[in-house]
Design a binder for this molecule. Structure first.
Ligand SMILES: [Zn+2]
Ligand SMILES: [Zn+2]
Ligand SMILES: [Zn+2]
Length: 257
């Protein structure tokens, strides 16, 4: 299994428009972050997680020329803003794209992007053409088992996903015990960590590290990073062993269970 970090930034991205802080003006490529999204490849099946507003640029930057399915964590704009770019994958595949999410997110997407569901197009590529599957427990993506679990994010519920040895979790603040149980035993853990200072709806770095410590993966990757976190090189130097801040374009091999 292979994981590609397409984007690792919080909702503003980095640099933030008009900001002149050390991070936003850094020359280090690792300090440039598009909105958080990832691609998981299992035995050749490519599963996109979220459609960030930079989906097109992320696909071009990482050479993603095909996806087979998409999952959505929740319907916030930084996770669905690139929805329309899915149509290119319909065009490439010459087929509808299977998409998986929970009931609330599905309804929200249908409302926001109603044009994709209302008017049939005579060819693939004119609009996103989806088979939307609503899950309410473990499901299967083209033969690959996925276990979703739910965490709190202010008044919203966010889906985390477990794929064998990999856990992908973004936009969490409150992680209830069933979610902790779903994460236990994974060797690779992706988790959001916004900044040092606490935030009402996102885990801070310190809070994320407590979760990492409790789950005890071989490796943990932090995503959904704010410019307030500080420069990649400086913050990375202070992280515990086995924990790193993910960067846009980073590719990780996930060992089999
Ligand atoms: Zn800044
Ligand atoms: Zn969110
Ligand atoms: Zn977000």
């Amino acid at each position: 299994m292979k994981l590609t970090f397409l984007g690792t930034g919080t909702s503003n991205g980095i640099p933030v428009i008009g900001c002149t802080c050390d991070v936003c003006t850094s020359d280090d490529q690792r300090d440039k972050r598009t909105r958080t999204s990832a691609l998981v490849e299992i035995d050749g099946t490519r599963i996109l997680i979220d459609t960030s507003p930079e989906l097109r640029l992320q696909a071009l930057a990482t050479g993603v020329d095909r996806i087979d399915a998409a999952l959505f964590t929740h319907p916030h704009a930084d996770h669905v803003g690139g929805f329309d770019d899915l149509r290119r994958f319909n065009q490439i595949n010459q087929a509808k794209l299977p998409v998986y999410t929970d009931e609330v997110t599905a309804a929200n997407i249908r409302q926001r992007f109603a044009y994709a569901f209302e008017h049939p197009f005579p060819f693939f590529g004119g609009k996103p053409d989806l088979d939307m599957y609503v899950f309410d427990g473990p499901f299967d993506v083209l033969g690959n088992p996925v276990t979703p679990f739910q965490v709190g994010h202010g008044s919203w519920t966010v889906n985390g996903f477990r794929f064998d040895n990999l856990v992908y979790l973004t936009d969490a603040k409150v992680i209830p015990e069933p979610a902790m149980d779903a994460m236990r035993g994974a060797e690779v853990l992706v988790i959001n960590a916004l900044r040092h200072r606490p935030h009402p709806v996102h885990l801070s770095l310190e809070e994320a590290l407590v979760v990492v410590d409790e789950i005890g993966p071989e490796r943990a990757y932090l995503v959904h990073i704010s410019h307030e976190m500080g420069r990649h090189a400086e913050v990375s130097a202070e992280l515990p062993p086995g924990v790193e801040i993910a960067t846009d374009g980073l590719v990780v091999d996930v060992p089999p269970p």
